[in-house]
Design a protein around this ligand. Sequence first.
Ligand SMILES: *Cc1c(COP(=O)(O)O)cnc(C)c1O
Length: 233
Amino acid sequence: MKQRISDNLVQLRGQIADACEEYDRDADDITIVAIAKTQPASAIQKVVAAGIHNVGESRIQEAEPKINEVGRIARFHMVGHLQTNKVKKALELFDVIQSVDSLKLAEEINRRAGELDREVECYLEVNTSGEEQKYGFAPEETVSMIKQISEFSNIELTGLMTIGPLTDDEQQIRAAFRRCCELFREGRELLGNEFDTLSMGMSGDFHLAIAEGSTMIRPGTSIFGPRRPREKG
Ligand SMILES: *Cc1c(COP(=O)(O)O)cnc(C)c1O
C-alpha cells in the first residue's frame, strides 16, 4: 500500500499543479491535509513518510487509537462534527479544529482550552451549500461569528472551512466556494494576516476550490483509495 499512497500523491500533486497553472495560483500556497478516516494507523504512517505533514480525521472515537498509535508525527486536524462532550478529548488529540460549527461549541472549546492554559487553533465551518444535513454557520452570520469568536482568549481563529455541495453542477460548486472565499477575505480584513487559511476542496472538487481561492485542500480517497468499512464504533 505504501507504493500506492506515494503514487497517488505524485498524481495528486500533478493535478494540483495543473489546476494552479490553469487558475493562476501558486502551488506553494496550497496545503494538503490527508483525510485518513476509515484508514488504518499504518496508512497515516505511510502518508507522512511520503511527505505529508497534515492529517485529518472526522470522528474522535476512530481517531483516538490511531493517533495514540502513531504519535505526533503530523499536525492533526479535526474535520468532522464535534459534540461538546468530546471537546476535552479533541483537545488532547488535535492541533487544529476545522469544524467549529456553532457558538456553543466555540464557547466549550474556549473553556476547555482555558483549563489547559492553551490556545487552540480553530477554523469556522461555513454551510455554503444550504443543505440542511450539513453543519456550519450560515454565510450571513459568518462575519459576525468571526468577530465574536476571534475575541475568545483561548481560541486562535485562523480560517474558514467548507464542504462543497453534493452535485455534479460545477457552477453551483464554484458559486459555493466563491461565497466562502468572499467571507474569508472579509475575515482577513478584520483580523489581519494571521487569518490565513481557507480550507475547501475534497478529492472530487479540489480543482474548483483552487479556482476559487482555496489555500488548503482535504483529499481522502484520492490519496488512500476507497474508504474502508468501519470495523467498530
Ligand atoms: C471525508 C472528508 C473529506 C475527504 O473526502 P474525499 O472525498 O475522500 O476526498 C474531506 N473533508 C471532510 C470534512 C470529510 O469529512
